[in-house]
Design a protein around this ligand. Structure first.
Ligand SMILES: Nc1ncnc2c1ncn2[C@@H]1O[C@H](COP(=O)(O)OP(=O)(O)OP(=O)(O)O)[C@@H](O)[C@H]1O
Ligand SMILES: [Mg+2]
Length: 353
């Protein structure tokens, strides 16, 4: 009798398998008994609320963290991923939300960082540019290989990261909320690239908070809640069921539609009246009460961001008033707004936050 071959234990198209993974930080169980698997040619979405453990999980696949317990198998063999080099050797490439590119190097230098093609012992710049050009063409992005990375906008940075992953011939591509910073046009482009990679047989782990992206792009979904893998479902699962799995109760319970009583406008926490900035927004009035979430809806360019900035004192306005708990707030005065207890999470969190 021959010993069973480990490779035969798992499905032939299985790239990765995680079993019973646990990771703690002082005072926090970030992951507990998590199972996950990834096949060739699929987009496997990791879904979960903030703090559910998604980033911690992928950081164990990229070698940034080591598990306390549990196993990771790559193509059926148990592996230890103790650093970025182990991940690279296994063909696992990760694109973090905070990109890992060096701003002062060129696009080509970033793609081949630490692995520049050499000729007679020197970096072969010409070949590096040509290879970079091919990769950039493959991801369909119009960037010069000798452009400095600091000159690029966020969507292009991401495409350069993907080109870099391709140059590593990644079999597993992990993307942590790649669409969070993209416009819808850029998202379409990213999806086209991801679909192409899937067709090429790459396995993709995709983290997103946007449920509509799951149906558009995903094959399977693993739902994490409080550090546990709650369920694995097809990407065609209706959104309300996904939400229920994610939060552990139905959305109606979480955000009741009917308010028990209509709050009185006299006890508004924030009261905006007739706010006007010439040429930008005009006569904006609304109240925000305790326990309320008020949406500002409108098309791109309608002035939503500008209204929020004016309320926060980041920009001046020409007419109108802002009251907090009945007290008039000084105009164009961020410290006063903060002193009154207003916070602003800006559109560009990383740049302006
Ligand atoms: N380095 C760390 N030290 C201590 N606690 C950590 C660390 N990293 C993560 N945690 C904690 O582990 C839990 C899981 O965090 P993680 O960042 O993995 O969540 P996430 O699902 O990626 O959330 P988000 O959607 O906000 O990105 C959280 O309670 C978090 O506070
Ligand atoms: Mg995260």
């Amino acid at each position: 009798m021959t010993a069973p071959d480990r490779q035969l234990v798992t499905a032939p198209d299985e790239l990765l398998r995680i079993e019973g993974l646990r990771k703690t930080f002082p005072g926090v169980v970030a992951l507990d008994n998590v199972d996950f698997d990834l096949r060739r040619g699929e987009v496997h979405v990791l879904l979960g609320e903030n703090g559910a453990g998604k980033s911690t999980l992928i950081k164990m696949l990229s070698g940034a963290y080591r598990p306390d317990h549990g196993r990771i198998l790559a193509e059926g063999r148990e592996v230890r991923i103790e650093g970025a080099q182990d991940a690279e050797r296994l063909g696992i490439a990760t694109i973090y939300q905070e990109f890992n590119l060096v701003p002062d190097l060129t696009v080509a230098e970033n793609i081949f960082l630490g692995r520049q093609p050499r000729r007679y012992g020197l970096v072969d710049h010409r070949r590096m540019r040509e290879d970079a050009e091919k990769l950039l063409h493959r991801v369909g992005v119009n960037v010069r290989p000798d452009a400095k990375v600091r000159e690029l906008g966020i969507a292009r940075l991401q495409m350069v990261e993907i080109a870099k992953a391709l140059s590593l011939e990644a079999r597993v591509l992990i993307m942590d909320e790649p669409t969070a910073v993209l416009t819808s046009e850029e998202v379409d482009k990213l999806f086209a690239i991801v679909r192409q990679l899937r067709e090429d047989g790459v396995g993709i782990v995709f983290i997103t908070h946007h449920l509509e992206e799951i149906a558009a792009l995903g094959d399977r979904v693993t739902v994490l809640r409080d550090g546990r893998s709650i369920d694995q479902v097809p990407a065609s699962t209706p959104e309300d069921e996904l939400v229920q799995l994610m939060v552990g109760r139905s959305i109606e319970q979480q955000y009741p539609r009917e308010r028990p009583e209509r709050p009185d406008s006299a006890d508004a926490l924030l009261s905006v009246r007739g706010l006007t900035r010439d040429g930008v927004f005009h006569d904006i009035s609304f109240d925000v009460h305790a326990g309320e979430v008020v949406g500002l809806a409108g098309l791109v360019g309608a002035g939503r961001t500008e209204v929020a900035r004016a309320v926060f004192g980041a920009d001046p306005y020409d007419a109108g008033t802002v009251d907090v708990r009945g007290e008039r707030l000084a105009r164009h005065d961020v410290p006063a707004a903060m002193g009154a207890g207003i916070g602003l999470v800006p559109e560009d969190r990383k740049g302006q936050g």
